[in-house]
Structures are given as C-alpha cells and as structure tokens.
Design a protein. Structure first.
Length: 310
C-alpha cells in the first residue's frame, strides 16, 4: 500500500509578513479577536466612528489592535525603563516601581490615543465635508435640472476631484446600488446613517423624501444650496470673531507674559535672590526654552483646531 505523502506546508511569504506589519489589526484579530469578543459592548461607541471616519477596519479587529498595541507598549516601556535604571545603578525595588508606573502610563496613553483616533478622524471629515457641501448641492441641482436620475448624480460626484470627501461618500452610494444591488433610496438611507456630517445627512434625508413623493428635485437642491450658503456666511462671521479673540490670547501669552516675566527676573537679579531655590538665570532659561515653546505649541494646536484646511 502506497504511503500517503503529506503536502509540504507553505511558508509565509514576504508579502504576507509585510501586510501584517502594515495592518496590525490583522495580527490583533488573529490572536485576540475571539478572546475579546465578550468585551466588545464596552467599546460600542467606536463602531459608528469607524464608519464615519471611513476606516476600512472591522470593529472587532480595531479593538483587538488597541489591546495588542497597548500591551506591546507596556512591555516595551517596562523593559526599556528597567534597562536604563539598572544601567544607572538604581535600587531594584525602586526600579520595579518606577518601571511599573512608566509602563502603565505608556500603555494607557497608547490605548487612549487609539481609542480617540476614529472620533478625531470623523470630526476632521465632517469639517471638510461641510465645506464642500454648498458646491456639491449646487452641482447636483444642475444635474437634476438636466433630468439626470439620483443614481447617475452620485456616479458623477464619485469622480469629482474638487470635493474628495463627498466623492468618497458618493462612492459608497454607487457601490450599494451597482454592486450590492440595493435601490437608490435604500443606498441613500444607509449613507445617511454612516455619514459624519449632520448637514449632509439632512440633505440625503430630504432627497429621499423628495424621491418618494415625486417632488421637484431641482427646487429642493436649490433651496438646500441657498440654506448652506447662508450657514457658510454665518460660520465665516463667527470665525472672524473667534480669530479676533484668539489674537488677543496670542498677544497675552506670547508677547506680554514673556516680557513681564523677563522684566521681573531682571529686577530680581539686580536686587539678588532666587525663586524656590533656583537662581534667576535658571528660571529665565526655563521660561525661554521651556514655557514659551510650550505655550507656542498650545497656540498652534488651538489655531489648527479652529481652521479647516481645504
């Protein structure tokens, strides 16, 4: 009787290894996916943010990646801290306590950052989409005036390079209609649920109502365009007022405050003395190379949060 030979096992190719390294959620799902399944309800608020952020990662895979990377950062920080402390000759007990605290902080920080990334990306997409909407609805009203059906409208929007965020949403609608076989109303309702922009969701809701009732699509889109243009004017006015207030904050933090501190330290240096055991020169160095750059970074982050780049 002939012996059955076992088929040789395939070794993982380089492409497979690279794909796992570039997509750590695959590794997290492979080792932690089933184990974390009962804990997924505690992270339920991440699921809608993943859809609104257009992250093509499943909910379970993303949670698995969060836990995996947090654990890896904990272990790496613990090992690095112990190695540095041993090299410096720190006592073992103090080394272990400090390493445990530093690694726990590092793990929590990584977990918090990964937890907040979908929400941050969804907010960023919402802001950019709200900027594009007046031009999109204006374009759609022109297409509706030409008698184009809704499915064909979104096909045109899908190829738009001037409105990339809405184009990605239109791509989802076209996919639902052409690939998944849904009717245009079902596709628009699904897109309304996963859209990060409430304004765009309202436009889609009105568009669905207009299609169902057989109303004037051109008139509805023109009214929506006028309403959004009015909202843009109000938002621009509010932004100007906010920037005026921000300019006062900037002058106070980065012009007046450093001058007052430097003058105060100069007077203290003339009369002699220090502050909290530190010399005046040390305090001036700390303000110049520490506090002022930190305040400048805070101002830049605040300004970046106020403005939306096109």
């Amino acid at each position: 009787m002939a012996k059955l030979t076992e088929a040789p096992k395939k070794k993982p190719t380089k492409e497979a290894t690279v794909s796992v390294l570039r997509a750590p959620w695959l590794l997290g799902f492979r080792y932690l996916g089933e184990r974390l399944e009962k804990y997924l309800p505690y992270f339920a608020d991440i699921r809608p943010n993943l859809q609104r952020a257009a992250l093509k990662i499943s909910f379970q895979s993303y949670v698995s990646m969060m836990v995996l990377l947090s654990g890896v950062s904990f272990v790496a920080a613990f090992g690095a801290t112990v190695a540095v402390a041993v090299a410096l000759g720190t006592p073992i007990l103090l080394t272990l306590l400090f390493a445990l605290g530093a690694s726990t902080l590092c793990g929590i920080l990584v977990f918090g950052v990964l937890y907040g990334i979908p929400g941050f990306m969804a907010t960023s997409r919402r802001k950019r989409m709200d900027l594009e909407l007046p031009y999109v609805t204006s374009h759609m009203s022109i297409l509706a005036a030409a008698g184009m059906p809704p499915a064909r409208m979104f096909k045109f929007l899908e190829d738009s390079r001037t409105t990339p965020q809405v184009a990605s949403e239109a791509n989802e609608v076209v996919r639902d209609v052409e690939i998944l076989g849904n009717d245009v109303i079902t596709a628009l309702e699904a897109e309304r649920e996963r859209s990060p922009s409430k304004v765009f969701a309202e436009v889609l809701e009105g568009l669905v109502a207009t299609i169902r009732s057989g109303g004037n699509m051109k008139g509805y889109l023109l009214d929506a365009t006028r309403a959004m243009m009015d909202l843009r004017r109000v938002a621009a006015k509010q932004l100007i007022e906010s920037l005026a207030t921000f300019a006062d904050v900037y002058v106070t933090l980065l012009v007046v405050f450093p001058l007052l501190i430097i003058v105060m330290f100069s007077v203290m240096a003339m009369i002699g003395g220090g502050l909290g055991g530190f010399s005046v020169i040390t305090m001036m160095t700390l303000v110049t190379y520490g506090i002022i750059p930190i305040l400048a970074a805070v101002v830049v982050v605040m300004l970046d949060g106020m403005l939306v780049q096109d």
